[in-house]
Ligand binder design. Structure first.
Ligand SMILES: [Zn+2]
Length: 402
């Protein structure tokens, strides 16, 4: 019996107890005829528990990225949506072989609960397959969604769906998506994925190539590929990250068993590599809008846990100078690559206190698994060897360092 089944059983037992208790009270209150109309009625509401999990990852998003967007869009006294979430924490970001992680190793840590070397996707440095939290949730009967503004074959989404010794192995990564058949996969990467779209159709996916097609889709399996490569993140001729998140929740939310959804704001990183604040600011805001979509759903649903974090910081971003009112400030980047600083965590919903404090990035999926009652996690699939000939040379399409 997992935690959710246990909670359901406890609620049932509680109901029976209360029913027995109230019938006892009826006998007693029958003698007390002074206030028959004000007799309190006992109602039992089910206790909020973790049924659904939405994990939002701002790729390359450190504290300075968040603060710059806060100052620019909300003002000195204002807060972004993620900053209004009640629980905050911090995670480390180093990988198994480098103090400075890349998105493959960081995505692996956030999805599998294991450190690995840079460039490796959800596998150990010696080639063993790590089960991802998305795969573990799927095994428990939850519906699964992956949303990103990059190509769906990019390192972060790949780390939740696929297993590869090199992040550039896009064919192997695409095959991982098909093998797992997650319910909702939305992002860019139509070019790299093209040979496999037919296969996706055969598997029962509705494939949407435009925002309109996504909006109209009423199905259990939806694959949206809105750009040849990465999306633009502007919402022009493509859905915004918030709109993709909303659609994913709409489909996944129908599953009585719950869902796991990973949403990546992947372009914050791209803008930071380019040391471009004008590009990076709206990407951070767009990601924050997706956070709002998730939290708004969780507030109504009550059984949804929302976690916001990052895989690493990019650009050693800082706020170097500014006016006292915060309306004018300098948003600078010190380097063109990732830095090794710790990363913020924000959480909302049932059991969100579990994400307080300072801990390792590998603890994130472990905490999620524990709260969902998944016992076999983290988990290494010893018996599944790496397929021969699936190295980085199989596809150079997505080999851009991220
Ligand atoms: Zn990067």
């Amino acid at each position: 019996m997992n935690r959710r089944q246990f909670i359901n059983l406890m609620i049932s037992l509680l109901l029976i107890t209360v029913m027995a208790f109230t019938s006892g009270c009826d006998t007693k209150s029958a003698a007390d005829t002074t206030h028959p109309s004000t007799e309190p009625t006992t109602t039992v509401e089910s206790l909020p528990y973790v049924k659904n999990v939405i994990l939002l990852i701002g790729d390359g998003m450190g504290l300075a990225h968040i603060d710059a967007a806060r100052l620019y869009y909300a003002g000195r006294e204002g807060l972004l949506n993620m900053q209004q979430m009640p629980v905050t924490g911090f995670i480390t970001s180093y990988s198994a072989n480098n103090l400075i992680t890349d998105s493959a190793a960081a995505g692996t840590a956030l999805s599998t609960g294991f450190k690995t070397n840079n460039d490796i996707v959800a596998m150990s440095p010696d080639g063993k397959t790590y089960t991802t939290i998305a795969e573990a949730c799927q095994k428990e009967g939850l519906s699964i969604g992956i949303v990103t503004t990059t190509s769906i074959l990019d390192a972060t989404p790949a780390a939740f769906s696929s297993h590869a010794m090199a992040r550039g192995s896009s064919i192997e990564i695409a095959q991982g998506f098909l093998k797992n058949k997650f319910n909702v996969v939305l992002g860019g990467g139509a070019n790299a994925y093209k040979p496999l779209i037919t296969k996706a159709n055969e598997l029962g996916y509705k494939v949407a190539l435009t925002e309109e097609e996504m909006d109209e889709a009423d199905c259990e399996y939806l694959m949206g590929l809105f750009n040849a490569s990465n999306m633009t993140g502007t919402g022009v001729n493509e859905p915004t990250i918030a709109e993709m998140t909303k659609k994913a929740i709409e489909i996944l939310g129908k599953d009585e068993d719950g869902f796991f959804l990973m949403v990546e704001g992947g372009l914050i990183d791209k803008g930071s590599h380019a040391q471009d604040p004008i590009y990076t600011l709206p990407q951070t805001l767009a990601f924050d809008e997706a956070v709002k979509t998730a939290v708004d759903f969780a507030a109504l649903d009550e059984n949804t846990l929302v976690i916001v974090t990052a895989d690493h910081e990019t650009g050693d971003a800082y706020i170097g100078k500014g006016n006292m009112d915060g309306k004018e400030f300098g948003y600078f980047f010190g380097i063109k690559d990732h830095s090794g600083v710790s990363l913020p965590v924000f959480a909302y919903g049932p059991e969100s206190e579990a994400f307080m404090g300072f801990y390792d990035n590998t603890d994130i999926p472990k905490k999620i698994a524990a709260l969902l009652g998944i016992e076999k996690f983290p988990f290494i699939l010893e018996s599944e060897p790496v397929a021969e000939g699936t190295t980085s040379e199989t596809a150079a399409e997505t080999s851009v360092a991220n």
